[in-house]
Write a protein that binds this ligand. Structure first.
Ligand code: IDP
Ligand code: MG
Length: 142
């Protein structure tokens, strides 16, 4: 198994629901260590750039509206198999299909307002961490 890094975002609905601490606790108790962390209200340009792969999708504009309606918590997480581990902790995109005990099952409202983002590959994790955090803002703990 390899130590990996992944990008996590607590989306505006997660911040509004006052579950920042509960979400970080799930990561820490499942072997994922925050190595960079910042709260930010994303600009439209930042949200559009982050979700650029989805720009042709019908839900793109709604998604950007949602992601910019309030502050989010950006985190880089580090740990064994961090990318897949985070996806397991998050659960399926649609909370109605998410397994019991996952963040999305426990906290998400619907397929759009699904509380957390997680990178889908090691390659994209590197791109996404770099998008929000420069090297000097990441504090690897091996
Ligand atoms: P993921 O977050 O589980 O990786 P993606 O397919 O990458 O899911 O979609 C990115 C985000 O876009 C989702 O987390 C969700 O907020 C939103 N989204 C995805 N599919 C839909 C949809 O069918 N309707 C509305 N929003 C969607
Ligand atoms: Mg995705």
């Amino acid at each position: 198994m390899a130590i990996e890094r992944t990008l996590s975002i607590i989306k505006p609905d997660g911040v509004e629901k006052n579950v920042i601490g509960k979400i970080i606790e799930r990561f820490e108790s499942n072997g994922l260590r925050p190595i960079a962390l910042r709260m930010v209200h994303l600009s439209r340009r930042e949200a559009e750039g982050f979700y650029a792969v989805h720009r042709e999708r019908g839900f793109f504009n709604d998604l950007v509206e949602f992601m910019t309606r309030g502050p989010v918590v950006l985190m880089a997480l580090e740990g064994e198999n961090a990318v897949l581990r985070n996806r397991e902790i998050m659960g399926a995109t649609d909370p109605a299909k998410a397994d019991a005990g996952t963040l999305r099952k426990d906290f998400a409202s619907n397929i759009e307002e699904n509380t957390v983002h997680g990178s889908d590959s090691v390659e994209n994790a590197g791109i996404e961490i770099n998008y929000f955090f420069g090297d000097v803002q990441v504090f690897g703990r091996g």
